[in-house]
Ligand binder design. Structure first.
Ligand code: A2P
Length: 293
């Protein structure tokens, strides 16, 4: 058995351990309230988080009463974990009529924001700057018959918003969303989004028979493989869907993904006679870089 002095040492260790845990809990509580919310920034609560893969997750936060945005725009998101928090651009993935705000994010192991953001839990606080902005808006395009949304990775986020906006269907008869990722698991967010459209009480009827999802993967075997640029270039994209090739007379294109993808798709559509549009001069295509890091 233990001697009396060993027993005393042991209980002292146990008490010291409990005390250390209590003080560190207090310290982390203090840390949470230590940093004031910067001026001009909303502090919102995380409502839910969903992890799709070790690289991708989505989260929903409460929406400030006063916050208005155009579908397709982005906001600056941060965490209350520093005097001067790091903010990054995030496309709002939820539609303008939603009570909450949804975002789709990459997880970068050493990303200044996402290394922390990927750990958020319901109830945590997320910071959001008040102004939204962006080029992937319906008003930057002139009306046409078909709208093509070309995305890779988290570049699908602004289209998740636009696909749930009734104005998209006011302006276009048919909507085609392409989403290319490295592997199949990364396609789940978009597949579920499109599958849920028909059951949506607000826009279900409006979207019926008018939305087509085209998926491909580049690093894992799947029914359709290859970069979207190659699939469009070879004509496989058109023949798979049984549709007419891109035509600036009848079509509009929105592009969102990595820098290189934007450059290549932009070059491709410009080669076909599409002209980049903006709010001040609406035209036939628009481009936006997806958030990285
Ligand atoms: P790839 O695997 O051939 O690089 P990421 O997750 O790295 O952002 O990539 C998302 C998807 O975008 C991947 O399938 C990737 O293909 C694809 N991609 C990367 N660069 C381009 C590009 N220049 N044009 C078209 N697709 C691209």
């Amino acid at each position: 058995g233990l001697t009396a002095s060993a027993r005393r040492d042991r209980s002292r260790d146990v008490l010291a351990g409990i005390f250390a845990r209590m003080t560190s809990a207090l310290a982390s509580d203090e840390r949470a309230v230590q940093f004031p919310i910067p001026a001009g920034v909303h502090a919102e609560k995380v409502v839910s988080v969903r992890h799709y893969t070790d690289r991708l997750f989505s989260f929903r936060i409460t929406r400030p009463q006063s916050f208005r945005f155009r579908s397709g725009e982005f906001v600056m998101i941060g965490l209350p974990n520093a005097e001067k928090p790091v903010f990054r651009a995030y496309s709002v993935a939820s539609p303008a009529w939603d009570e909450e705000l949804e975002f789709f994010s990459i997880k970068v192991p050493d990303g200044p924001l996402t290394q922390h953001l990927q750990k958020i839990q319901p109830g945590d606080t997320v910071l959001m700057r008040q102004k939204s902005t962006g080029t992937l808006v319906l008003d930057a395009l002139t009306p046409a018959k078909r709208l093509f949304m070309i995305s890779t990775g988290t570049g699908i986020a602004p289209f998740a918003s636009l696909l749930r906006d009734p104005d998209t269907y006011e302006k276009f008869e048919q909507v085609y969303l392409t989403h290319t990722c490295r592997d199949r698991a990364e396609l789940a967010y978009g597949q579920e989004l499109v599958a849920a459209l028909k059951d949506d009480p607000l826009i279900g009827e409006l979207t019926e028979g008018r939305v087509t999802l085209y998926n491909s993967t580049t690093r894992e075997e799947s029914p359709c493989m290859g970069r979207i640029t190659a699939l469009i270039g070879s004509g496989k994209f058109y023949s798979d869907l049984g549709i007419e090739p891109f035509n600036p007379e009848t079509d509009r294109v929105m592009i969102c993904g990595s820098m290189e993808m934007l450059r290549d798709v932009k070059e491709l559509v410009e080669g076909l006679g599409f002209v980049e549009g903006s709010l001040s001069a609406p035209a036939s295509f628009v481009v936006e870089r997806a958030f990285v890091g």
